[in-house]
Design a protein around this ligand. Structure first.
Ligand code: GDP
Ligand code: IMO
Ligand code: MG
Length: 443
């Protein structure tokens, strides 16, 4: 029994949705603790694909409680759309709870996000344009509207009257856009409030009750370590804290509740949007990885940039998140390659660096130092245990474990639940995982 955090160890889209869904079988409660509808978590069950944005990936299990926590930002229109979509596919959302202290994404947040990206011209961040940054900015500025305000028509009107004239000035004067009508916004959002009201709870209290009842809780991260506002490749980051530390703040629990932290990493690397990416592969090989891995954004449909596995950011993710173990996904995408490169260090102006530079401008000048490993050139899609893997694939995994100094608990070889090797169940297993690097003890 354990309370486990699942985080993305790279730039997002590592396969957190698949891993969370897989582990949700043993979880009683699944909590999303940060981010908003910028996330896109894909879960494939018996050939059916579910694309989740705000709703935790535990929702496909009818008895699992799913909580959208305090640290998230909620676009009510899109959340309702997501609820309706799941219900139309036969998935019950009666166990879905929404924190009353989460902040609400309003129409002006989305308009400002879009307009600000346009205004950045040749130097955009490449946001998802879902209003995430402006919603978190209002939260920090203490002008945000929370779910609890949305639930009370008078409070919502008060808040709107105070904020919307300032936002209209920004829209009109800075971005040359038409102003919003507060009455129309009120009417629209009161409608959303009625739809969401049955789901709204004091989420920290709910989670604490689950802790006291010794239930298994899974904390599902969105985005990834390198997109963290404080610890990512700033300013090419999101506006929340996807790292494991963010789970305590975003869920409203203390760190002593957490038993394990699992990092999800692809067997290679991808990134959507702008920002430095030292191991990015340009040309046909990058295109091959993109096609083979179906690397198109779940939320925006944008083509993801693809590159080799980066051990420097991997080690960084171990440090920043305190990772206990790894889930390595999409190993199958490398099946056809004769040789595979892994970045073991960076070189900057003739000097070798083992650690991630804190300055994105420096990172963009880093040259990866590669170690070349042999490929296996056969399908791994049907492997169900480590001994089924071709020796080169096992060797590749051991190399990653040794490089990151963290054992591997799960290997994923395809989008569906069964295309997985569970080396050790991180929820029920002992507090150690079994696939270590060659140079590390195996028990
Ligand atoms: P998330 O945001 O971290 O949940 O990841 P996404 O869902 O955005 O992107 C991961 C994509 O890879 C999804 O389309 C998954 O269905 C798919 N996927 C997950 N694991 C594997 C795997 O092991 N192999 C392959 N080929 N696809 C996978
Ligand atoms: P999941 O949970 C990959 C990226 C955007 C952009 C930057 C800021 O599916 O892994 P934002 O809209 O958050 O202000 O955009 O962050 N980004 C993601 N990239 N996966 C995600 O979520 C992402 N969410 C945001 O592309 O570069
Ligand atoms: Mg995604």
């Amino acid at each position: 029994m354990a309370n486990v955090i699942v985080i993305g160890a790279q730039w997002g889209d590592e396969g957190k949705g698949k891993i969370t869904d897989l582990l949700s079988k043993s979880a009683d409660v699944v909590v999303r603790y940060q981010g908003g509808v910028n996330a896109g978590h894909t879960v494939v069950v018996q050939g059916q694909t579910f694309k989740l944005h705000l709703i935790p990936s535990g929702i496909l299990y009818p008895d699992t409680e799913c909580i959208i926590g305090s640290g998230t930002v909620i676009d009510p229109r899109l959340l309702i759309q997501e609820i309706d979509q799941l219900e139309s596919l036969g998935v019950s959302t009666s166990n879905l709870m929404v924190s009353e202290t989460a902040h609400v994404t309003m129409p002006y947040h989305c308009l400002i996000d879009q307009a600000a990206e346009e205004k950045r011209g040749e130097h955009p961040i490449g946001t998802t344009r879902r209003g995430i940054g402006p919603t978190y900015a209002d939260k920090s500025e203490r002008t945000g509207i929370r779910v609890v305000d949305l639930m009370n028509g008078h409070d919502l009107w008060d808040h709107l009257c105070r904020t919307i004239s300032a936002k209209n000035q920004i829209l009109e004067k800075l971005y040359d856009l038409p102003p919003l009508d507060p009455t129309a916004v009120l009417e629209e959002y009161l409608g959303y409030a009625e739809r969401l009201r049955p789901h709204v709870v004091d989420s920290s209290l709910k989670i604490y009750e689950a802790v006291r009842r010794k239930r298994n809780i899974l904390f599902e991260g969105a985005q990834g370590t390198l997109l963290d506002l404080d610890h990512g490749t700033y300013p090419y980051v999101t506006s929340s804290n996807p790292v494991s530390g963010g789970a305590c703040v975003g869920a409203g629990i203390g760190p002593t509740v957490i038993d394990r932290v699992i990092g999800v990493a692809k067997a290679y690397t991808t990134r959507v949007g702008e920002g430095p990416f030292p191991t990015e592969i340009q040309g046909p090989l990058g295109e091959f990885l993109c096609q083979q891995g179906a690397e198109f954004g779940t939320t925006t449909g944008r083509q993801r940039r693809c590159g080799w596995f980066d051990g420097v950011i991997g080690r960084y993710a171990v440090r920043i998140n305190g990772l206990d173990c790894l889930a390595v996904t999409k190993l199958d995408v490398l099946d056809q390659l004769a040789q595979i490169q892994v970045c073991v260090a960076y070189e900057i102006e003739g000097k070798t660096h083992q650690d991630l530079p804190t300055n994105s401008a420096v990172l963009s000048r880093c040259q990866p130092v590669y170690k070349t490993l042999p490929g296996w050139q056969c399908s791994t899609a049907d492997c169900r245990q480590l001994s089924d893997l071709p020796p080169q694939a096992l060797n590749y995994l051991k190399f990653l474990a040794e490089l990151m100094e963290v054992p591997i608990a799960i290997v994923s070889l395809g989008p569906s639940r069964d295309q997985t090797i569970i080396v050790e169940d991180p929820i029920h297993g002992p507090k150690r995982a079994l696939l270590h690097g060659n140079g590390l003890p195996t028990a």
